[in-house]
Design a protein around this ligand. Structure first.
Ligand code: KIV
Ligand code: NA
Length: 265
């Protein structure tokens, strides 16, 4: 695939090729992620935590999401760029949801939007899709609802919530979503969902029986170090490596080792 489209992802699922997805919030990181060959870059509202230091995803604004997304889009040649609709930009009614989605598409140049929720936002998703904007769904642990859940533990462990989730996933496929994120649910349920629908299911903490995986970039490269859920695989420990490098630089400045004769004019 020279350039990833929503159609490429659906083809990948049909061909049994797993989909790789990571977050990015800025130009420099997005350039690295795209160069590495990641299929989908998510401008997640996790920027609220990772970039701004908020405890939840709720405070980030639509303007801030557009700023992050436009920076990412400028860096990307191949990946599909999906942008989260932040809390408060789509829940009031379907008109607000469409207006926010149009702003993202026009002002950032992103390729698709992602919204958290199922049946409760069905009419909003339909309206966005009717405008020609591709929509990725997001079910399971939906962090914008953290104050309703009260906890970040695994969702849909009980029969009732699991059945609702499966129905919501089928609805999202029926109305025309091109893909779906499942966050922190039992692997068995996630696999059942993936087998029940033909659009790709991308998991985070949802096991290996789905069609692709997503992680928060700063977590998988170990830039963040306080967040350690079981589903997170750390490929680097950049917090440690960067702290050492920066400490060395500080020491070199203090000791007058930096700059040396070759590092000046
Ligand atoms: O905002 C985000 O990073 C996300 C992923 C965890 C799916 O929504
Ligand atoms: Na998100």
């Amino acid at each position: 695939y020279k350039k990833i489209t929503t159609k490429s992802l659906i083809d990948m699922k049909a061909n049994g090729e797993k989909i790789s997805m990571l977050t990015a919030y800025d130009f420099t990181m997005a350039k690295i992620v795209d160069t590495a060959g990641i299929d989908v870059i998510l401008v997640g509202d996790s920027a609220s935590n990772v970039m701004a230091g908020h405890e939840t995803t709720l405070p980030i604004t639509l303007d801030q999401m557009i700023y992050h997304a436009s920076s990412v889009v400028r860096a990307v040649d191949r990946a599909l760029v999906v942008v989260d609709l932040p809390f408060g930009s789509y829940q009031s009614d379907s008109k607000e949801a469409l207006r926010s989605s149009i702003r993202i598409m026009k002002e950032s140049g992103g390729h698709a939007v992602k919204l958290e929720g199922g049946r409760e936002i069905e009419s909003s998703i339909k309206k966005i899709l009717n405008a020609g904007i591709p929509v990725m769904g997001h079910l399971g642990l939906t962090p914008q609802s953290i104050y309703k859940f009260g906890t970040y533990t695994v969702r849909a462990k009980e029969e009732e919530e699991a059945e609702q989730l499966l129905e919501d996933a089928k609805m999202l496929e029926r109305i025309g979503c091109f893909a779906l994120v499942l966050e922190k649910i039992p692997a068995k349920l996630a696999q059942k969902v993936a087998e029940s629908i033909s659009i790709p299911v991308i998991g985070i903490g949802a096991g290996g029986g789905v069609d692709g995986q997503v992680l928060v970039l700063h977590d998988m490269i170990g830039m963040t170090h306080e967040f350690s859920p079981r589903f997170l695989r750390r490929y680097m420990n950049l917090f440690e490596d960067m702290t050492k490098a920066i400490g060395q630089y500080a020491a070199d400045v203090k000791s007058k080792d930096f700059p040396n004769a070759n590092e000046q004019y």
